[in-house]
Design a protein around this ligand. Structure first.
Ligand SMILES: [Zn+2]
Length: 428
């Protein structure tokens, strides 16, 4: 009898230990599943059909205008604010325009042809020695990461004007750009000369790029740079109506680095151009915005040289939002998670904003910002405030994705506990 009791007690202890271990393992596993990333953007091109919308436009092509999306975007514009200027001629579609003999009327303010800037164009950094660092035409796997490392070594950030086409080839680099504290901006979908396109085509170029970046990061682009700087008052008005600010670059601060890949310029010549800019610095009251490119290792090597040269002369590199004193740098950012009551508040963390209708954001499948305030126009004489860009969101998590991750985790728990119950009943 005593022996039977001892055996029974041993069995009970074994059962409790076994049961406890299994429960512990299940809890640990479920916790790990909860902590795992909810949304991972894979390292591959993504032209998968966006939910509830027409397919993404083709790589390198001006997007179709005969789609419900483009029609709705066109309808949202007050066309009385867009001047009726001619569509400019070009040798072949997508190329920059040809400037007609005799130029163009002053009232067109056609930068490509006459170098004209509009009152709200961004082309200089307002503060002396400030250096708006910009890289166009990316992202490009194998080069963009090199630019990130270079900027990290120098502890500076830049604005990356990306095309929709290249973003769709390497969408993970969009999120990486934000995660590393840089600033994302648009360089249109297909990199065409915009003055050579119809009104609807310009809308499609800008809005599809905005949507692609938004769907893959949760950030709604505010700044755009026309390819080749090709902008006139028609293009500007359309961009303005859609909520974008036009950014060009400072006169004489185009580094011409893009010619390095075409062997139409030598590195020595590029350095010479930059040096003449540096010599003019003491006379400049404002800072500058330079034009450099992503996409070729030669550009990266040159970027390193120019960065060293400029910093030695006291130039302060920064992204465009920073130099303009724009605290957010986007028309919308992902909603920030609420801080626990005990956690100290970060003084520089900006409030999420939306200068666009929340319905529009929902339609785009993104995270709806929590508050809405009107965008603040950046006037030339705006009192500048040194700022940092919003804390990068690690992931743009949609409620659906979040709930599916929770469901997986809950499923693991249920399965685990069932297994534990089976084992216990077997032992007993
Ligand atoms: Zn470009």
């Amino acid at each position: 009898m005593a022996r039977e009791n001892t055996n029974s007690n041993k069995k009970k202890i074994t059962t409790v230990v076994l049961f406890g271990s299994i429960a512990l393992a299940i809890t640990l596993f479920s916790t790990l599943a909860d902590a795992a990333p909810k949304l991972k953007i894979l390292h591959k091109a993504d032209r998968s059909h966006p939910k509830g919308s027409s397919p993404w436009p083709d790589f390198g092509e001006t997007p179709e205008t005969n789609t419900p999306e483009v029609k709705a975007w066109v309808k949202s514009i007050d066309w009385s604010k867009v001047p009726k200027l001619p569509i400019r001629k070009t040798e072949s579609r997508g190329d920059p325009p040809e400037c007609p003999h005799g130029g163009a009327p002053k009232s067109d303010c056609w930068w490509t042809c006459t170098g004209c800037f509009a009152h709200d164009d961004v082309y200089d950094c307002p503060g002396k020695n400030e250096w708006g660092l910009t890289f166009d035409d990316g992202p490009h796997p194998g080069v963009t990461e090199g630019i990130f490392s270079l900027l990290e070594q120098k502890n500076v950030t830049a604005t990356f004007f990306v095309t929709g086409t290249n973003s769709a080839k390497a969408p993970w680099l969009l999120q990486d750009t934000i995660d590393k504290g840089h600033h994302l901006a648009s360089h249109t979908w297909s990199h065409s000369g915009l003055t050579t396109l119809t009104n609807a085509e310009i809308v499609a170029e800008l809005k599809w790029t905005e949507k692609y970046i938004f769907d893959h990061t949760g950030y709604k682009i505010k700044y755009f740079r026309p390819p080749y700087g090709d902008v006139d008052n028609r293009v500007r008005a359309i961009a303005r109506e859609l909520g974008f600010k036009t950014v060009i670059w400072s006169s004489d601060w185009d580094t011409q680095d893009w010619q390095l890949s075409e062997h139409t310029i030598t590195p020595k010549k590029v350095i010479g151009i930059f040096n003449s800019g540096l010599k003019s610095l003491p006379k400049r009251k404002k800072g500058v915005i330079t034009l450099e490119h992503d996409g070729d290792k030669r550009y990266l090597t040159m970027a390193r040289t120019l960065l060293d040269m400029g910093m030695k002369k006291g130039m302060k590199p920064m992204n465009i939002a920073q130099c303009l004193g724009d605290k957010v740098g986007y028309n919308a950012v992902p909603a920030l998670p609420a801080l626990p009551a005990s956690a100290p508040k970060k003084p520089t963390a900006p409030a999420p904003i939306a200068a666009v209708p929340a319905a529009d954001i929902k339609q785009a499948g993104g995270v709806e910002p929590q508050v809405s305030i009107p965008p603040s126009p950046v006037a030339k004489d705006d009192k500048k405030e040194k700022t940092t860009l919003p804390a990068p969101a690690k992931e743009a998590i949609t409620p659906e994705k979040k709930s599916s991750a929770s469901t997986i985790s809950a499923g693991l728990s249920v399965a685990g506990w069932t297994l534990a119950a089976v084992v216990v009943s077997y032992v007993l």
